[in-house]
Ligand binder design. Structure first.
Ligand SMILES: NC(=O)c1ccc[n+]([C@@H]2O[C@H](COP(=O)([O-])OP(=O)(O)OC[C@H]3O[C@@H](n4cnc5c(N)ncnc54)[C@H](OP(=O)(O)O)[C@@H]3O)[C@@H](O)[C@H]2O)c1
Length: 219
């Protein structure tokens, strides 16, 4: 299956690309810096240049032709200000969903964040508040669409080696951490099943093996 990953050089995206390529799928990563292409190739993914803050819907839709699924793994990242939370974490997800509809790609997995879905607490950091608003609005946009969407809200991400043991369930989960390895493993498993469609799921480290956690979504 051809799977297009927006934010293709992200830390989760590269892990996901390795997993998908390793099982014989065809991952494609959308990146905005040509110098990142070699890292995607090393992960087994095709790199496509596409700046999601500059591209139009037709351009993005053209990159999605023939795909079986789309994953939104982009983010403005640490060090970015409130404006880019809006242009990437919200608007780039909306653009990707518009493009998925245009290209007829129904399966859409969005990486959101725990904390989304409710107003940011008063008196907090302004950039954090902008991030939570952007993620919440991107989620709301996706839920309203006729797509086979799954919204995945990981807890705080770490670069610790994955344990493949998680808690994956409807909100709210207690706050927690999760290795990026395990987020990628959950997305790879979600892409193989009909379970999880039209669900908003929170994800932290836990004690359920990833395949079992994802299979349980079917019941
Ligand atoms: N940090 C946490 O604890 C946490 C917790 C929960 C959820 N999340 C979310 O999880 C997601 C993935 O996390 P991660 O750690 O894998 O993120 P990451 O390593 O920061 O990757 C994000 C990717 O998005 C790309 N990007 C930014 N602007 C773009 C644009 N205009 N066009 C195309 N690509 C663009 C970046 O590329 P460049 O190199 O070009 O900037 C980067 O490769 C993010 O949405 C993040 O908000 C994070």
């Amino acid at each position: 299956m051809r799977t297009v990953i927006a934010g293709g050089h992200g830390k989760i995206a590269l892990r996901l690309e390795r997993l998908l390529a390793g099982r014989g799928d065809r991952p494609v990563g959308l990146i905005r810096r040509p110098e990142q292409a070699s890292a995607l190739q090393a992960a087994g993914a095709q790199a496509v240049l596409c700046d999601l803050e500059g591209a139009g819907v037709e351009e993005v839709a053209a990159h999605l032709e023939g795909a079986g699924a789309v994953v939104f793994a982009a983010g403005a990242g640490p060090g970015s200000g409130a404006a880019r939370k809006d242009t990437v974490d919200r608007a780039a997800s909306v653009l990707l969903a518009d493009a998925a509809e245009r290209a007829g790609v129904r399966r859409f997995i969005q990486i959101s964040s725990m904390g989304a879905g409710r107003p940011p607490g008063p008196g907090g950091d302004e950039v954090w508040a902008a991030y939570i608003r952007a993620k919440t609005e991107a989620e709301d946009d996706l839920r309203a669409r006729d797509l086979d969407w799954t919204i995945l809200r990981p807890g705080a991400l770490t670069d610790s080696p994955g344990t493949a043991l998680v808690t994956l369930s409807d909100p709210p989960l207690p706050r927690g951490q999760v290795p990026r390895d395990d987020v990628a493993a959950v997305i790879a498993a979600l892409l193989e099943t009909a379970g999880g469609r039209h669900r908003t799921l929170e994800l932290t480290s836990g004690d359920t093996p990833v395949p079992q956690a994802v299979r349980a979504l079917d019941s």
